[in-house]
Design a protein around this ligand. Sequence first.
Ligand code: MLT
Length: 390
Amino acid sequence: MPQFAMADRLAALPPYLFAEIDRVKNEVKARGVDIISLGIGDPDMPTPDFIIEALHAGAKKAENHQYPSYVGLRSFRAAVSKWYQGRFGVDLDPDNEVVSLIGSKEGIAHFPLAYVNPGDLVLVCTPNYPVYNVATGFAGGVTKFLPLTDANDFLPDLDAVSDAEWAKAKMIFTNFPNNPTSACAPKSFYEKLVKKCRETNTILVADAAYTEMYYNEAAKPISVFEIPGAKDVAIEFHSLSKTYNMTGWRIGMAVGNEGLVKGLGKIKENVDSGIFQAVQEAGIAALEQGDPYAEKFRAVYKERRDALAAGLKKLGIEFRLPEATFYFWCKVPKGYDSKGFVTKVLQETGVVLTPGNGFGSPEAGEGYFRIAMTVGKDKLEEALARLAKI
Ligand code: MLT
């Protein structure tokens, strides 16, 4: 049998973080260990019924059974635009400044292909959702990581990038509220970033998947488009996954600069055929009527957050109290590295955690682990009790 070598760009990649966690988790589970999975940011509460009913109604319509529109139903794009106006006070033209995505991961993964030429420099704030640097690599770009550290309050030091590097940079990936650190960016940070990107002609990619998971009403996360001039340089990725517990539905959107949205749309026309229209109709229901549900989910996560914070404190584990997202970014206890610690915890307790060094730049996340609050409070407390044993 012939052996086919993977393309170099794929062969060079480590296994995808969350697929690898699944693999190891399943191995341990097969040994009969009772698993508590805090490894992936996959909401455990069900999608609200009214969204499921909208899907059902949409699935019954014959016109929804054919190929969908490449860029998304006009009515879905209009609902996105209306939601952005209501939530952020941002105007978006549904015809030119919104494109539907098969989940924001898909859009993020494809976007660099539209703008990055081989050898182009791409700035990635790190630790990060691995797709930013993977997608950059697929496009042939070169990643420069901008570390988010305790010392800089988990915001990138934009002044540490030299003028020559800014001049070379094609795009910068940011993600606030941040996965995995849970850091939030103040408006002043976005103002500085937008100014820099405008001055240096750099595409600003804002991953905004977690803006609705916040616990401090006074410091609600913002959209980059609340900053004047952002539309000249930015595209923002958003998703219904985390807000309405819809990870399995695969529906998201990219919005902003008309040219950038079109560039992504052109890639997508060539590689996919859009989202099942019934799912888009369910998405419209979520965007139009979902706010009270998002509020309820926030309350549940806040209760979990407070219970987890109290338990981790008792164990002497250092962490950032999340003001947003459902992630805790914790320091591994002395004597371990990230992988060694999460491996020991999984093998000895069945609790699945995520090693910090799996998020983009291994150096930036080394010494940390991430906990996702994706089980009920009782299970979280059980996980804490198991951790206490080691
Ligand atoms: C995570 O755990 O970081 C996310 O769930 C991954 C994702 O959103 O694809």
